[in-house]
Each structure stands twice: as structure tokens, then as C-alpha cells.
Design a binder for this molecule. Structure first.
Ligand SMILES: Cc1cc2nc3c(=O)[nH]c(=O)nc-3n(C[C@H](O)[C@H](O)[C@H](O)COP(=O)(O)O)c2cc1C
Length: 524
């Protein structure tokens, strides 16, 4: 035995390597049947798989230029990171964008911009920028709500995001007076850290689900009664990345904590069907909205990605006839994000934000309904310039999902669907999320939102306005094509936005329905 061990010990290190490679080659040729490349090119074939797996990172770090990556390029990501850290987010030497490129937008500045008078709220609170409309005011809901921030956290559930990420977002919105949309996974303890909440549910009715998988009004009433942080309710019809696509939450992922929050059984597969059980038609949807608003007293809205317009038309028609309807409509763009979606859906189903929103807004305008509705936009709008365009088109608020994730450390690894998020954000892996420092990350989210509002206000003032709700379609120009170079949004989308009733920023500041109060007590 000793002689044998001596023999092994005397083998040179490089011989061990050769033996190891030989074993891999034998396995590649004779035992594995799955990969032709490894069979035909033993050992070296593995290099191909390895290089392919690290390709995205290599391109991101070394190859891609500042403006070429999608969904968010390096300049966009860098702006969010720097804004969130309160670092220098300026650029030197002028823009590096081709400003003659198709679809590039220009906001028209005034000859002499807006100057805030003495005692203007923005002198003390330079980042104070609430929504100009009140959710639920027209429909006289018992508890109307004016979002205290025009930028807010879009629907992302506990389940698709980690507990630490949800907690960071919630503490963050509390610090800057914004709201936090729960996403489809129910109201978790991590959503209850002080921020205003919009409770969102989809076809799975998680958190308000009856035993047979339907919607339970009783559960919703209890939830709302027990959680005054819930300021409004959003019914998800669809989202831009996967409209009309249901989902399966595998039983293996359903921990006791998730089961409790979502109202499902531990270990059993849960199916979210593509459509709702609670309503099948537009009149039924309208009734459903009204019954929720009546039972809870809260403003109720719907979220949808836009494709065909006929059912939206039916809704507008019915709203006009009945005087009822949703208090807010969230329009999600086809470019929107998701935890997981088939590429065929993410790439091709539903219209991009500008096309979809312009269709919906102009439709509701035709019916004279725009002042009843708070229009919320989502789909890569978390940048002040793009937000100004959205306001010019009729948006009253912006929701951001991936931009909010980036502010708390997301590096756009694009592996949300694998549970292996390196930043601990889109994962349930405990070790990965332990890297998130919640107080620090919540400061970052808050700082990103504040910087965003401050810069949007500065753009607004440069255009001669006090509040972005005053932007009109002809304040923004877009490059449309080579022979006509550029045109204002009014000519491109063929409507003019309705005036939003706006008195003054002081009036918004004094509004008794203004949310995010604790944040207002500090300087914003
Ligand atoms: C990780 C993740 C989870 C999401 N979960 C939901 C969801 O539960 N319900 C929903 O309506 N939208 C969901 N979305 C879509 C976002 O709310 C948002 O509409 C979309 O990403 C567009 O915003 P963005 O471009 O700022 O990311 C999710 C997006 C992401 C990235």
C-alpha cells in the first residue's frame, strides 16, 4: 500500500492534468450523448460552451459602446447609479448621441424660463413634485389619493424580487414620498415598512384569493382595513412584456412564507390563468371596479399593455354612459420588463409605450374622459427627458421597475428568470440577498427618485412651466424621417393633450389627499 502511495506521490503534476483531460475526453466521446460538439471535439468543445456563457459579460464590460446595449445602455445605467449615489451625474464635452437619429426627442425650451417666486414650495423642497391629479376625486371615492411623487415603484412582486429588495424599495419610497406597487404576489411584510402602497393583483388573485383560486372580496376588505398603507388598488389586465400570458408558480418554489402571503398551499403548483375569473366582459369589469371601490373606499385602477383598441373603446363608451369607471389607468409599453417571459411575447406582443399610450389617451379624450383618469405610464420612462415627453402626451405619473432595481444595485445581468441574480435582487436565494444592505439601498432608491424629480422640474422650468403637467404635445419634437426630419408630437400622434387643471405647486402641497406625508416633513 505504502509503495502504491509513494508511486502516486511521485507522479508529476502535469501528468495529473493529462489524466484529468483524458478522463474528460473519454466521457465526451463514449458516455455523454447530449452534445454533438463535445463528442466531435472532445475537451476543446467545452471551451465553446464556456465562452458562450461568459459572452454577455465580456461584451458588456469590454465591447459594447456606451449607447448600444439594450434594454438599458451604459449611459442610462450610469446616470441612474450616479443619481442614486448622489454622485456627479453630469457628462462633459456635450452629448455623445446622434441627435439627428430617428425617434430622438427634443424638448423645446422657452426664451425665458419659469422662475419660482419667493415662498414657492420648490425653494424649500427642490425635489417636491407631486401628481397634479387626485386618484378617485371624480368618482368621489371615500379615500382619494394624490401621489406625492410623479415617479413611483412599478409592480414587482415578492417572489420575483427578494425580501431584501422589496424592503429596500419600500423604505426608499417612504424616504422620498413615493408609492410602492406590490406586484402580483400579494402584500408581504416587506411591503409594510412605511411607504405608501398600491395593492396590485392579477389573475392569480394572490393575497385575495379564495380556496378555488377565484377573487375574494372579503379577503380584500380585511387586507385594506388592516393595512392603512394601501392607498389604491390596481387590477392587472396585462403587462407589456407578456400580455395575455398566464404563468405557473412551481410547487417547489412555494415556501411556507410565500404560501401564507399569496394565500396558496405549500408545495402545490399554482396556475395564473391568462384571463380573469372575476369578470369576462367590459361591463363586468366596470362592475368589478365599482364594487371594489365601494367596499374598500379606495381608488381603483387598471393596468394594461395596449394592442387592439375595440374593448378600450367599449370601456370608454360605458364610462361615458354610466359616469363610472377606473380612477387610474396604467399603460405599460411593450418594451416593459418582467421577471420571466417567452422572448416571442416580450419581443412582439403589444405596442411600444408611445404608440400604445397615444392610442389610449386620444381615445379617452374623444370621449371627454381624460380629467376623470390619472394616466400612469411605464416602459423605460425613468429618465427626466423621456418623462417630459410622457407628460406632454398626457401621462400624469411614471412607474419604474427596472430603473428602480438598478438604483438598488441591479447590474442588468438579465438572469431574473434563473433565481441566480448576482445582485441579490431578483432571487429567493438567501445568501445572495444577504449582500443587500437595506438602509443603504433604500437611501439610493430615494435619492434616485429625488434627483429624477429635481431634473424633471429643471427641464419643466426651462420650458417655461411650473409643473410637468403643463407640457403640451407641441412642446416636444421628435425626429420622424429623413425627408421630414422632425415634427412635434401633436403632428406625429395627431392629438393635442387636454389641459390638466393646475393651480399652483402650493395648492398641491396643501392638498389634504397628498400621500407620502412623513417624507414631506423632511426637506425633499
Ligand atoms: C422583476 C420584474 C417583475 C415584474 N412583476 C410584475 C407584476 O407582478 N405585475 C405587473 O403588472 N408587472 C410586473 N412587471 C412589469 C413592471 O411593473 C413594469 O410595468 C415594466 O417593467 C415597465 O417598466 P420599466 O421599463 O421601468 O421596467 C415586472 C417587471 C420586472 C422587471
Amino acid at each position: 500500500m505504502e509503495a502504491f502511495l509513494d508511486f502516486l506521490a511521485n507522479i508529476q503534476w502535469w501528468v495529473w492534468i493529462l489524466i484529468f483531460l483524458l478522463l474528460i475526453a473519454i466521457r465526451d466521446i463514449f458516455f455523454q450523448k447530449a452534445h454533438t460538439i463535445s463528442h466531435n471535439y472532445p475537451i476543446v468543445g467545452h471551451l465553446r460552451y464556456w465562452l458562450e456563457s461568459i459572452g454577455p459579460e465580456m461584451r458588456q464590460y469590454f465591447v459594447a459602446n456606451n449607447r448600444e446595449e439594450l434594454p438599458f445602455n451604459r449611459i442610462e445605467r450610469g446616470w441612474i447609479y450616479a443619481s442614486a449615489k448622489k454622485e456627479n451625474n453630469y457628462e462633459g464635452f456635450g452629448t455623445d448621441r446622434d441627435i439627428y437619429k430617428h425617434q430622438h426627442i427634443f424638448i423645446k425650451n422657452a426664451m425665458i424660463g419659469f422662475q419660482a417666486p419667493e415662498n414657492h414650495p420648490n425653494n424649500e423642497h427642490p425635489c417636491f413634485l407631486p401628481c397634479a391629479k387626485v386618484m378617485g376625486a371624480y368618482n368621489k371615492r371615500k379615500k382619494p389619493y394624490r401621489p406625492a411623487s410623479i415617479i413611483n415603484v412599478s409592480a414587482m412582486s415578492f417572489g420575483s424580487l427578494s425580501a431584501a429588495a422589496i424592503e429596500s424599495l419600500n423604505q426608499g419610497v417612504e424616504k422620498c414620498g413615493a408609492y410602492h406597487n406590490t406586484g402580483e404576489g400579494g402584500l408581504s411584510p416587506y411591503h409594510k415598512k412605511g411607504g405608501d402602497v398600491i395593492f396590485h393583483f392579477g389573475t392569480g388573485y394572490f393575497g385575495v384569493r379564495s380556496r378555488d383560486g377565484g377573487f375574494s372580496m372579503d379577503k380584500l376588505k380585511v387586507l385594506v382595513d388592516e393595512n392603512p398603507c394601501i392607498k389604491a388598488i390596481e387590477i392587472k389586465l396585462s403587462q407589456g412584456a407578456k400580455p395575455g400570458k398566464g404563468g405557473v408558480l412551481p410547487g417547489s418554489k412555494i415556501t411556507p412564507e410565500l404560501a401564507e402571503i399569496r394565500g396558496v398551499e405549500v408545495g402545490e403548483d399554482v396556475i395564473s390563468p391568462p384571463t380573469h375569473k372575476a369578470f369576462l366582459t367590459i361591463p363586468e369589469l366596470l362592475e368589478f371596479i365599482e364594487s371594489i371601490a365601494e367596499e374598500t373606499g379606495l381608488p381603483v385602477g387598471i393596468k394594461g399593455a395596449i394592442g387592439k383598441i375595440d374593448q378600450w373603446k367599449e370601456l370608454a363608451d360605458l364610462m361615458k354612459k354610466t359616469g363610472k369607471g377606473p380612477d387610474f389607468i396604467t399603460v405599460d409599453g411593450g418594451e416593459g420588463g418582467t421577471g420571466a417571459a417567452p422572448p416571442s411575447f416580450a419581443d412582439h406582443v403589444s405596442l411600444p409605450w408611445t404608440y400604445g399610450f397615444s392610442k389610449i389617451y386620444s381615445l379617452f379624450m374623444e370621449y371627454g374622459l381624460t380629467e376623470r383618469i390619472v394616466f400612469i405610464g411605464s416602459g423605460k420612462l425613468g429618465f427626466p427627458g423621456k418623462a417630459a415627453m410622457a407628460f406632454a402626451m398626457g401621462a400624469d405619473c411614471i412607474n419604474v421597475a427596472r430603473e428602480a432595481m438598478m438604483s438598488i444595485g441591479c447590474i442588468q445581468a438579465q438572469v431574473c428568470h434563473t433565481n441566480r441574480c448576482p445582485a441579490g435582487i431578483a432571487t429567493q436565494n438567501k445568501w445572495r440577498q444577504n449582500g443587500i444592505n437595506v438602509p443603504l439601498k433604500s437611501d439610493r432608491l430615494a435619492q434616485y427618485f429625488k434627483t429624477f424629480r429635481k431634473e424633471l422640474l429643471e427641464i419643466t422650468h426651462a420650458a417655461g412651466y411650473e409643473h410637468p403637467c403643463q407640457f403640451k404635445m407641441d412642446d416636444v419634437q421628435v425626429n420622424v424621417d429623413d425627408d421630414y426630419l422632425s415634427s412635434d408630437l401633436k403632428s406625429v400622434y395627431r392629438y393635442q393633450k387636454e389641459n390638466v387643471e393646475f393651480d399652483s405647486m402650493q395648492h398641491l402641497f396643501d392638498c389634504k389627499h397628498l400621500g407620502g406625508k412623513p417624507a414631506l416633513e423632511k426637506t425633499l
